[in-house]
Design a protein around this ligand. Structure first.
Ligand code: PGA
Length: 244
């Protein structure tokens, strides 16, 4: 079994000086056995964070373009991310889907390229509030999952993050029982496809030190994707150690 993955999505936050300050406090934090801490800083900080990361902790990017290279001003490719020391790439984050208009087809193309480039994609899926209220959570989430994995879903080498859109950055966290139901459906769907034998299913959306233990104790939750609460070393340390 892969370690429980606790991932810090820094979004478009932190300068060089702020990242250095984070890691000078974080330097003392011991990640418990069986857990992995991974950091997803903005692109310009990747190399710096790679240098500052304690041994055994990992680096990822928040997005990538689907082409291996090309005339795509302002974009970053999977091979460049690999070269910068990334192990992971987030794909299909709800802000990419709903703020930048990335559709399932594009996210699926990115997923294929990340796999080919030797990165481990973390495919993000999640329903909007009106989709949940209309009882459409599972069809939406499983539809995003299938489209992201493509017609020949890989055997392994990727992870999934379930992030209900209404829970991201809102302080409204999914109840463990609701998260557990969606995680079980994702795991069942992967089994049905014969895909993702080593895939972890992370929960994301308003994860905080006071709700992390209950979420991590929920069957089918194999890690956490943390936005706001990952920016502060003490709060991310508490989440990384929660319930261990
Ligand atoms: P949040 O963000 O923890 O601030 O809700 C989670 C995410 O967007 O990955």
């Amino acid at each position: 079994m892969e370690p429980v993955l606790v991932a810090a999505n820094w979004k478009m936050y932190k300068t060089t000086a702020e990242a250095r300050a984070f890691f000078s406090a974080w330097g003392e934090v011991a990640v418990p056995p069986g857990r992995e801490a991974a950091f997803f800083p903005p692109f310009p900080l990747l190399s710096l964070v790679k240098e500052l990361l304690p041994a055994g902790q990992t680096l990822g990017a928040q997005n990538a373009h689907e082409a291996l290279e090309g005339a795509f001003t302002g974009e970053v490719s999977c091979p460049l991310l690999k070269d910068a020391g990334c192990s992971y790439v987030l794909l299909g984050h709800s802000e990419r889907r709903h703020v930048f208009g990335e559709d399932d087809r594009r996210i699926g193309a990115k997923f294929q390229t990340a796999m080919k480039s030797g990165l481990r994609p973390i495919l993000c899926v999640g329903e909007l509030l009106d989709e949940r209220e209309a009882g459409r959570t599972l069809p939406v989430v499983l539809g995003q999952l299938e489209a992201g994995l493509g017609p020949e879903p890989p055997d392994g080498g990727f992870d999934i993050a379930y992030e209900p859109v209404w829970a991201i950055g809102t302080g409204k966290v999914a109840r463990p029982v609701d998260a557990g139901e969606v995680h079980a459906a994702i795991i069942g769907h992967l089994r049905g496809l014969g895909a993702g034998r080593d895939a972890r299913v992370l929960y994301g959306g308003s994860v905080k030190p006071d709700n992390a233990s209950a979420l991590l104790a929920t069957p089918g939750v194999h890690g956490l994707l943390v936005g706001g609460a990952s920016l502060d070393p003490a709060s991310f340390a508490a989440i990384t150690r929660a319930g261990s």
